[in-house]
Design a protein around this ligand. Sequence first.
Ligand code: GDP
Length: 422
Amino acid sequence: MSQDKPHQNLAIIGHVDHGKSTLVGRLLFETGSVPEHVIEQYREEAEEKGKGGFEFAYVMDNLAEERERGVTIDIAHQEFTTDDYYFTIVDCPGHRDFVKNMITGASQADNAVLVVAADDGVAPQTREHVFLARTLGINELIVAVNKMDVVDYSQDTYDEVVSEVEDLLNQVRFGTEDASFIPISAFEGDNIAERSDETSWYDGEILLEALNSLPETEPPTDAPLRLPIQDVYTISGIGTVPVGRIETGEMSPGDNVSFQPSDVGGEVKTVEMHHEEVDYAGPGDNVGFNVRGIGKDDIRRGDVCGPADDPPTVAETFQAQVVVMQHPSVITAGYTPVFHAHTAQVACTIESLDQKLDPASGEVAEENPDFIKSGDAAVVTIRPQKPLSIEPSSEIPELGSFAVRDMGQTIAAGKVLSVDER
Ligand code: GDP
């Protein structure tokens, strides 16, 4: 795929069944990102089964099948190009742990498409995802009001959904000037690559235009290499191959690297991208690599790989700003939920509640509060129960945010202010 255009990481968010996967399939199809021979094969299969002209349906079936085979780096990172950008979808919509993944996904995502089904409107996960997008610093939101075909392309229904979403954005203080709204049908292809005849009342941008008008993303920081490990494979002929996405910095064969918190290291022998050996990989690249002397049991998912002379930080404790999204009661010191940061999942104790903040102004509202509850923002001190590599958000934002999960849901999200190193 052409990488000479500026790159954008895009998150596709929204309530289950509102059409995220269908929209991704449609985007891949319309931007010609499904290889011609694959489409040709679909076309033949469709004709054999007497369903000529259903190539798009086959793209969708194929995506669904890939999802069932499990998360691989290939499907978690679908790619497509538009006139102006090269996009990577930073998460796999439809994945069971979508919200949890969004913490690693959306913290890297520059912008997001929020899919809201016209026949359902704002639903619980719409709120949850918008809240997270806001906390994790998504810049621009394109709100795609989907399934317009189901509501007969009704302008009234569209207007109602738009105003519901605007209310939601106002609640979480996401500037509505940073959001655009488009009536679409991912299924029928309305207002995605071509302007629909069915929505003559709409004269704003269609989806591909809106994607092209997104602002260019900030150039990556000059932070050192930080590569959270997603998986560790053993591949015959090569040996141990950790895989993951380079968040910051770069990697080349010959580099001396360190894995933290496992605290092992060595020299990088080979780096692979898209099944080919490369001399260099940089931010945003999904790589598999091999390090001299590192065995499969020496490292694990949740480790972060960095330069041996500037290794990833391992926290004894860290101070963070958190926002409580939903918790049935109150959170007090001593609470120990699971923290999800990059690819790591570690139980951490909230050791002290240091300050409660006014969520609107960010100013201190109360020192050492006894408890915090849903809707509160606070500065807290956290002690991981097992070694955890994490960085101050001000230094390496890509490695400085986390989600807090308990009882099967995301109860809080936050940013690391400072780290007290082990
Ligand atoms: P996800 O859970 O958000 O990824 O939703 P899916 O993409 O799996 O879509 C859920 C269901 O809605 C599927 O049966 C889709 O075929 C259907 N769907 C998605 N987009 C549209 C649309 O624009 N119009 C109609 N009629 N159905 C749609």
